[in-house]
Design a protein around this ligand. Structure first.
Ligand SMILES: *Cc1c(COP(=O)(O)O)cnc(C)c1O
Length: 375
């Protein structure tokens, strides 16, 4: 077969239900990666499916310059549930676009160009967001990217404070690094970065594309860190599988964002998906469940895996298991021998980003499978 440039795994998934997916041979897998955190409510969640079907029937698309009721409701819901004062929303279709917008808004609102990112950070693959992504492998073939990006060591408050100056437009940071290996920041690092950016007039962007939607135990990780950034970017789980991204921002950013637009921004169907997802996550107390079951899962993993691994870490249901051999081989064995789907985060970390709705029994099943392969 020709015509595609995306490498594929030897399992064809044909159905999904809750925390499980089924392949074309009828084999069922426990999905502990939720396809990169994109289905926080599990596969085929009724409320989301219904909202999408209903909107699809009434109005699939109309250009963004006409108000649409469901999008207005989504704006209101995001403003209500985001940290106070971060109540303006720009909608797009993916994480990289949400960050792209955030970087543009920061440059426009501050009049500065310098952007500070972190080593091992991941912010997406379009030219602007890619420039703030750490890994050379992702960047080298496409250089030159946008200039004026400085990388500081993650979780190093002193280095961050030193890098922020009067010419800084933005600091972009993940409250817990995902792709970089599941590295939670200390609160003090995020809080100090908040103080320093506020002093210099730079915008603080929390990239919550992976940490958002309750993943780390609060709806937004910024709540857990007790920091109110100037912008929060979201995508991945925001539409429970439908492609939507958001850049939430404070008034000073919204009033000076420049000129930015996208044809499909906030289309009715994806807005319906996101509205149903966010309201379900909030109404059903999903973040608190993620905090509780996440702690349980980490404890059980530590007990089961012990010295066979270097570390089990994370926040809520964003969990990294640092293993002593290649993660990819382990992931293959987990899928083939144990019918468990998980993800890598670099070469030596097995990453778990399960649906936030998983039960204790499903967590136990995952621990047993991981014990069989790693232990
Ligand atoms: C996945 C991810 C992105 C990029 O999102 P896409 O939708 O793939 O463009 C950006 N930032 C973080 C933290 C991510 O995990």
């Amino acid at each position: 077969m020709s015509g595609f440039i995306f490498s594929e795994k030897p399992i064809e998934i044909v159905e999904g239900d809750g925390a499980y997916v089924t392949d074309s041979n009828g084999t069922e897998y426990l999905d502990m990666g939720a396809s990169y955190a994109c289905v926080p409510l599990g596969h085929g969640h009724d409320a989301v499916q219904e909202a999408v079907r209903d909107q699809l029937d009434r109005l699939t698309y109309v250009q963004g310059s006409y108000p649409v009721e469901i999008r207005t409701k989504l704006y209101e819901l995001l403003a209500e549930t985001a940290p106070k004062t971060v109540d303006y929303t720009w909608l797009c279709n993916s994480g990289t676009e949400a960050n792209e917008a955030a970087l543009k808004f920061a440059r426009s609102a501050t009049g500065n160009s310098k952007i500070i990112s972190t080593k091992r950070g991941f912010h997406g693959r379009t030219m602007g967001a890619l420039a703030t992504t750490w890994k050379d492998k992702y960047k080298k073939p496409y250089e030159p990217l946008i200039g004026d990006v400085e990388f500081v060591p993650y979780d190093d408050a002193e280095a961050m404070a030193e890098a922020i100056d009067d010419d800084t437009a933005a600091v972009i940071v993940e409250p817990v690094q995902g792709e970089g290996g599941i590295n939670p920041a200390r609160k003090e690092f995020l809080q100090r970065t908040r103080v320093e950016t506020a002093t210099s007039g730079a915008a603080l962007i929390f990239d919550e594309v992976q940490t958002g939607m309750g993943r780390t135990g609060t709806l937004w990780a910024s709540e857990w860190a007790d920091v109110v950034p100037d912008m929060i970017t979201s995508a991945k789980g925001l539409g429970n599988g439908l492609p939507i991204g958001a850049t939430l921002c404070r008034e000073w950013i919204a009033e000076n964002y420049g000129s930015h637009a996208s044809t499909f921004s906030g289309g009715p169907v994806i807005s319906a998906a996101a509205h149903a997802t966010v309201s379900t996550v909030v109404d059903e107390g999903i973040p608190a469940h993620a905090a509780e079951i996440g702690e349980y899962l980490r404890e059980e993993l530590r007990a089961e895996l012990g010295d066979d691994v270097r570390d089990v870490r994370g926040e809520g249901l964003m969990i990294g298991i640092e293993v002593k051999r290649g993660a990819n081989r382990i992931l293959r064995d987990l899928a083939i021998d144990q019918q468990l789907l998980a993800l890598p985060a670099g070469r030596t970390v097995v990453r778990l980003l399960p649906p936030l709705t998983i039960t204790e029994e499903e967590a136990d099943e995952a621990v047993d499978a991981l014990g069989e392969v790693i232990g």
